[in-house]
Design a protein around this ligand. Structure first.
Ligand code: ADP
Ligand code: MG
Length: 264
């Protein structure tokens, strides 16, 4: 983050004039931003403001109607994700990128064991040794505060908070260069949310993750993000450093959002 003014450094992700409509309804309009290596960008806004649509478009899960989405590949070349072959895109999704869904059922395979959920992504990056794969899976369960003794248990025997932690472990095991997270603490009890938030905070610091984090919860943005982008009706209305946006919002909508959600 401190090197942003060096002209040679490139963003990890550059989104330019992205647009996506459903029928005649514009869910995202003219969305542009850069994500820098090591940065956590929180996308905030009320329900229906286009956050999930944006996240799905930039992670190549949904085709956008217009705009460029450029990603800094491992070889240092910026590539528009639309120009990638299907195999290249699949490889990114399995290895370089992680996606944490709000609903862990969308991000986990519920009919295989917890260990197999983690192993699947390790195998995608070439791991072959059974003992090593199992050991790493157990280690990752431990890192997300799941009992490694449950490595053979299926995720549907886990609580919602445990499933979410397993989804995080499954994604982080390949050391992704870019994480996409859609309301990672949404849909959980408040005490479970707080624990997950603590865990996420220590993991993003330890692993120096870069992430686009979608949340309607400004407290989550405050704890995890360096920068905030506020969306309203599919458009970006304000972007700035997290503390600046939350302590001194400029746009009337951001002011309303901050005053209605954060207790003074
Ligand atoms: P958020 O994640 O901020 O709640 P979404 O991206 O889910 O917002 O939705 C943005 C807008 O697009 C909303 O008006 C929503 O109703 C609409 N929308 C989202 N997904 C679809 C879809 N699959 N079909 C039609 N409209 C959709
Ligand atoms: Mg959403």
């Amino acid at each position: 983050m401190s090197n942003h003014d060096q002209p040679l450094e490139q963003p990890l992700l550059r989104v330019t004039d992205l647009a996506k409509s459903y029928g005649g309804h514009a869910a995202c309009r003219e969305v542009s931003f850069d994500l820098w290596p090591g940065e956590i960008l929180a996308v905030v806004g009320e329900s229906g403001s286009g956050k999930t649509t944006l996240l799905k478009c930039i992670s190549a899960q949904l085709a956008c109607d217009d705009g460029r989405i450029e990603y800094l590949m491992r070889d240092g070349v910026m590539r528009d994700i639309h120009s990638l072959s299907e195999a290249e895109r699949r490889f990114l999704m399995r290895t370089d990128w992680g996606f944490v869904h709000q609903n862990p059922r969308e991000g986990l395979r519920m009919r295989v064991s917890a260990g197999a959920n983690i192993a699947e992504r390790m195998i995608a990056v070439g791991a072959r040794n059974y003992g090593k794969i199992r050991g790493t899976a157990e280690d990752w369960m431990d890192q997300v505060e799941l009992d490694p003794a449950r490595v053979d248990h299926q995720p549907n025997t886990f609580s919602g908070g445990m499933q979410q932690r397993l989804q995080i472990a499954r994604n982080l095991v390949t050391h992704p260069r870019l994480m996409f997270m859609d309301e990672p603490t949404g849909g959980l009890d408040v005490s479970v949310q707080a624990r997950l938030l603590d865990l996420l905070r220590s993991l993003v610091t330890k692993m120096q993750l870069s992430a686009v984090l979608v949340t309607h919860d400004l407290a989550v943005a405050r704890l995890l993000s360096h920068r905030i982008m506020v969306m309203q009706g599919g458009e970006v209305i304000e972007t700035g450093l997290t503390d600046q946006v939350l302590d001194d919002p400029q746009h009337p909508y951001s002011q309303m959002l901050v005053s209605s959600i954060l207790p003074v």
